[in-house]
Design a protein around this ligand. Structure first.
Ligand SMILES: *[C@@H]1O[C@H](CO)[C@@H](O)[C@H](O)[C@H]1NC(C)=O
Ligand SMILES: *[C@@H]1O[C@H](CO)[C@@H](O)[C@H](O)[C@H]1NC(C)=O
Ligand SMILES: *[C@@H]1O[C@H](CO)[C@@H](O)[C@H](O)[C@H]1NC(C)=O
Ligand SMILES: *[C@@H]1O[C@H](CO)[C@@H](O)[C@H](O)[C@H]1NC(C)=O
Ligand SMILES: *[C@@H]1O[C@H](CO)[C@@H](O)[C@H](O)[C@H]1NC(C)=O
Ligand SMILES: *[C@@H]1O[C@H](CO)[C@@H](O)[C@H](O)[C@H]1NC(C)=O
Ligand SMILES: *[C@@H]1O[C@H](CO)[C@@H](O)[C@H](O)[C@H]1NC(C)=O
Ligand SMILES: *[C@@H]1O[C@H](CO)[C@@H](O)[C@H](O)[C@H]1NC(C)=O
Ligand SMILES: *[C@@H]1O[C@H](CO)[C@@H](O)[C@H](O)[C@H]1NC(C)=O
Ligand SMILES: *[C@@H]1O[C@H](CO)[C@@H](O)[C@H](O)[C@H]1NC(C)=O
Ligand SMILES: *[C@@H]1O[C@H](CO)[C@@H](O)[C@H](O)[C@H]1NC(C)=O
Ligand SMILES: *[C@@H]1O[C@H](CO)[C@@H](O)[C@H](O)[C@H]1NC(C)=O
Length: 827
């Protein structure tokens, strides 16, 4: 999603070249992971967390949070750095550490950052309390090179003054451990006001010196949404380590960048309102410990409801447990998640193992489970509640389809949270950020997320707490009820329904929103309508099925056959309400755009008609009816030439969600071996095991999950039960679905490790020759159905060959498309 504008992508590419100077994380991280992968070859009890590299995506604008978290944890402890660091941490060792904090998101591209509240920074104040550097700019420090460490459930970093910071966590709490140079008095500064986007809107702090407890509560603003909204958050810091530590001095402080640097020794209360003239005070607590202990343990609880609940969370989830106990619990929770996918480690290239498990890790890192931590309209909900659905446009394509394979129960909890938003706000969230409605990107992509759940798990829905009629009602609200302002939820359906597309420069007398992205909004609305059509079919709502089947064809309304680019004819274009197309060059906002200052994202001067994409890129986006897109583009052979040109000429963006399915487009033109080649190239050209190993924002594990599908040799069609079949990067894997009590093993017969390469060498078996399920050879080697495979627990055998020409067709059928009779009935 919210990727940095084109101008910054270019800067990114340039920065990559300097990557070698960075000295983080510790080289021990990779050594430890490589050793674990090697040892696992001969082991029967595998610790999957040992394969995870939390630092992948912490450079090159990947925006991954490597902090200590449990699966879907609300708490993610990491350090907050200066410079561009939306998730708090970045590897860039020229950036300074300002402290460590418990709330973060992972893989969101909000350029200002998200959360980072309640930051603590250990200090050496040899000249005493009054001389402590409390303010952000004064206290920030570099790290010691080659020291950053992280593994699932653990984060550590050592400052250049030799103070080591460590953290481990539970869902809403955790423990911090600080090791000081011997002989020093440990001082700490703790923020009331600061967060990453500098959005403080008022709050208070209290120090209870006898209890050794500091409580903080306040209001902050969104990291990716209207500034008019605010959310509340609370923290509870327990300083005495169950009586083993003793406070020495304590007090409060305020500061600003222009001389204010005031401290109140012995004072215990701060209550600051929002600063209406602008700017944020820096303010908080300052305290030290007596007896010069070399180690200090601090317990932290957070809440979105109250300080009392923040303290209760710390008591209930951490209590008197040790750092090691909490870390062990976290590792166990992670193993439960990661072991849902088992691979043949011994015969899988080690980088593939590391990429896969690191991706699966991030696929369970977000969204943040804030159940029982609700506020505002959701205050008393009895539903599950997930924060940071950030954003649905990013996650509907691969994140939820991957979860579909193994974790319907988790999926159902998130679907419940989406439907609950419909109950309370009238529409499902598109981009819930910091508990607030964030900006809409394509439309109401939640329709696809809940629709995908419905078609894959309708038999289990009721048992999983999902009422399908209500799920459908939520979809219909998105599709039919125009919100007064559609930048934060719903869609501009009034004009979409009237014209059959979202017109450019249209008079809309009943709703407001940023009048841009008409081409991409139409394409996304259409696909959302297809997902509704799928649920209508499932629920036998015949009239609705016909209606939304018709709306599923409206992508044709923005297809302008007369636009030509690089010799290819026909492109998606925005269109006036009188039917005339409003020409924009298909190259605009692509990597080949010569104008690198063009607005391509949410800006009001994005005039190309597409969101964070070019027309070259979005013109492929008709996942439910590619057969007709092929016809529009001039037939199979032109379509294949156009795909080749798209990649070879550099229009493809691996890090952009609308492009996710494009490398597999060859399947639909009956040339599946070319998809296999393209995916191998996409993976090795864009992903690796280094911190810069993602092609941009992880986008709440959108990148992690598209990579997982590529490595597993599968690709999902969202809103359907169809899976496209490609060539796995591992000879054998098993996916366990504990809820259905099924396990499916995929075995690659003829697997050749040499084929696991960006360019498949001649003679290396990589191309799918046949696919069989439970010993039955399928008529098509290009696709199968979830109901015939992962749902029932099957033995899937994919036989591969090195003879590409021999197998470069699907056999009996290409994957389904609506206009050629596909998706004819629900499973
Ligand atoms: C694993 O076992 C194989 C065969 O028994 C042996 O060759 C190899 O050295 C072992 N690897 C490790 C890491 O122990
Ligand atoms: C880390 O290494 C860089 C050279 O790569 C050096 O310039 C910098 O001073 C080092 N940082 C610290 C804190 O020692
Ligand atoms: C902070 O001050 C405001 C207004 O002065 C008051 O309404 C509020 O109750 C105070 N909050 C706390 C926690 O002291
Ligand atoms: C939640 O419950 C409290 C206490 O009953 C009530 O005051 C409040 O209005 C409720 N909030 C919502 C959003 O329903
Ligand atoms: C979220 O938290 C609730 C409350 O503890 C728990 O019941 C639920 O299983 C959690 N879900 C996930 C996916 O972590
Ligand atoms: C829809 O119709 C099919 C075929 O008659 C039936 O098996 C299914 O139970 C119906 N589903 C619903 C939700 O009514
Ligand atoms: C449609 O409206 C646009 C914008 O006002 C205008 O440029 C175009 O000429 C109109 N087309 C027709 C057929 O009137
Ligand atoms: C593309 O090839 C498939 C499979 O051979 C065929 O069914 C389809 O009709 C072809 N499409 C066009 C537009 O010719
Ligand atoms: C594994 O990844 C590292 C880091 O990107 C790279 O240097 C190495 O070439 C990769 N090895 C293989 C076999 O791909
Ligand atoms: C791909 O093949 C080339 C040429 O044989 C080789 O140098 C390279 O290491 C291979 N890459 C991987 C990832 O195995
Ligand atoms: C497939 O065939 C093999 C060998 O004949 C047999 O052992 C196995 O049980 C069969 N699997 C299934 C699911 O029928
Ligand atoms: C590949 O398959 C084609 C078609 O079946 C055949 O003509 C060709 O000889 C095969 N090539 C090799 C190298 O086996």
């Amino acid at each position: 999603m919210v990727r940095t504008p084109v101008i910054l992508w270019l800067a990114t590419a340039f920065a990559c070249a300097n990557y070698g100077i960075y000295a983080q994380p510790s080289p021990d991280v990779q050594k430890r992971i490589s050793a674990a992968i090697e040892a696992a070859a001969n082991s029967t009890s595998i610790d999957y967390t040992a394969f995870v590299n939390p630092f992948i995506g912490t450079d090159n604008y990947g925006d991954v949070c490597p902090g200590a978290s449990i699966p879907f944890g609300m708490v993610k402890f990491t350090t907050d750095m200066t410079g561009y660091a939306p998730a708090g941490y970045v590897t860039d060792n020229t950036q300074f550490v300002r402290g460590m904090s418990p709330l973060h998101d992972s893989g969101t591209g909000s350029s200002l950052g998200t959360y980072g509240n309640f930051e603590i920074m250990p200090l050496l104040c040899p000249e005493g309390f009054e001389t402590c550097t409390t303010k952000l700019a004064a206290r920030e420090r570099l790290r010691k090179n080659n020291t950053d460490e992280a593994s699932p459930g653990y984060f550590a970093l050592t400052l250049d003054n030799n103070i080591k910071l460590e953290a481990t966590s539970t869902r809403r709490a955790g423990l911090e451990r600080f090791t000081f140079p011997s002989g020093s008095t440990p001082f700490f500064v703790l923020d009331l006001a600061n967060d990453l986007p500098a959005s403080f809107k008022g709050g208070s702090m209290d120090i209870d010196p006898d209890a050794g407890r500091i409580t903080i509560g306040g209001f902050w603003g969104s990291s990716f949404g209207p500034g008019a909204f605010q959310y509340q958050a609370f923290a509870c810091y327990d300083l005495l380590d169950n009586g083993k530590q003793k406070l020495d001095q304590y007090g409060v402080w305020t500061g600003d960048a222009f001389g204010l640097d005031a401290k109140g020794l012995g004072q215990t209360h701060l209550n600051l309102s929002v600063n209406l003239i602008g700017g944020v005070y820096e303010s908080g607590a300052l305290f030290s410990f007596s007896g010069k202990p070399s180690q200090v343990n601090i317990r932290v609880g957070v809440s979105f409801r109250s300080t009392a609940q923040a303290c209760a969370n710390a008591e209930a989830e951490v209590g008197t447990a040790s750092f090691e106990d909490i870390q062990k619990q976290s590792v166990a929770l992670w193993n439960e998640r990661l072991s849902k996918v088992e691979i043949d480690v011994a015969n899988t290239p080690p980088n593939v193992t590391e990429m896969l498990y690191s991706s699966l890790y991030r696929a369970s890192l977000t969204p943040n489970n804030a159940t029982d931590e609700t506020q505002g309209l959701f205050a008393n909900t009895t539903s599950f509640y997930f924060d940071s659905l950030y954003c649905s446009w990013d996650t509907f394509r691969t994140f939820y389809p991957l979860m579909t394979l193994h974790s319907p129960d988790t999926y159902a909890q998130i679907v419940d949270s989406y439907i609950d938003a419909y109950r309370k706000r009238g529409w499902m969230p598109e981009c819930r950020a910091n508990n607030l409605p964030g900006w809409t990107q394509g439309g109401s992509s939640a329709d696809v997320i809940v629709g995908h759940f419905a078609v894959n798990y309708h038999n289990e829905a009721a048992a999983l707490g999902i009422n399908l009629d209500e799920l459908y009602a939520a979809q219909i609200a998105d599709a039919e009820v125009n919100p007064p302002e559609w930048n934060i939820e719903g869609r501009q359906v009034n004009v979409y329904k009237e014209f059959g597309y979202v017109p450019f420069a249209v008079l809309d007398t009943s709703s407001t929103g940023r009048q841009t992205r008409e081409g991409s909004r139409t394409l996304e609305y259409v696909f959302e309508d297809f997902a509704i059509r799928q649920v209508a079919q499932l629920l036998n709502k015949t009239d609705d099925e016909a209606k939304y089947t018709n709306r599923s064809t409206w992508y044709e309304h923005v297809w302008n056959p007369s636009v030509t680019s690089d010799g290819f004819h026909g492109f998606m274009q925005k269109r006036f309400s009188n039917g005339t197309f409003a020409f924009t060059s298909p190259v605009d906002c692509s990597p080949n755009d010569k104008n690198d200052s063009r607005a391509c994202s949410l800006q009001s001067n994005n005039i190309v008609g597409f969101y964070e994409s070019s027309s070259w890129e979005y013109s492929w986006f008709v996942p439910h009816d590619t057969a007709n897109l092929i016809t529009l583009m001039g037939g199979n052979s032109t379509f294949v030439k156009r795909l080749d040109h798209f990649f070879d000429a550099g229009y493809y963006l691996a890090g952009n969600e609308p492009s996710f399915q494009t490398p597999i487009g060859y399947h639909y033109a009956d040339q599946p071996a070319k998809s296999v080649q393209r995916v191998r190239d996409v993976v090795f050209s864009n992903f690796d095991i280094t911190p810069a190993g993602l092609p941009g924002n992880d986008d709440q594990a959108a990148m992690a999950t598209v990579l997982s599908f590529h490595l597993l040799g599968l690709y999902p069609v969202p809103g359907t039960t169809e899976l496209l079949v490609l060539s796995p990067f591992t000879p054998k894997y098993t996916i366990h679905n504990d809820y259905l009590n099924t396990s499916t093993t995929v075995t690659v017969v003829g697997f050749d490790p040499k084929s696991v390469n960006g360019t498949i060498p001649n003679g290396a078996a990589a191309y799918v020759k046949s696919v069989s399920v439970n010993n039955q050879t399928l008529a098509s080697r290009c696709h199968f159905d979830f109901y015939d495979t992962f749902r029932i627990g099957a033995d899937v055998v994919i036989e591969v060959t090195s003879n590409m020409t021999d197998v470069n067709d699907c056999g009996a059928s290409v994957p389904q498309s609506l206009s050629t009779g596909g998706f004819a009935s629900a499973r």
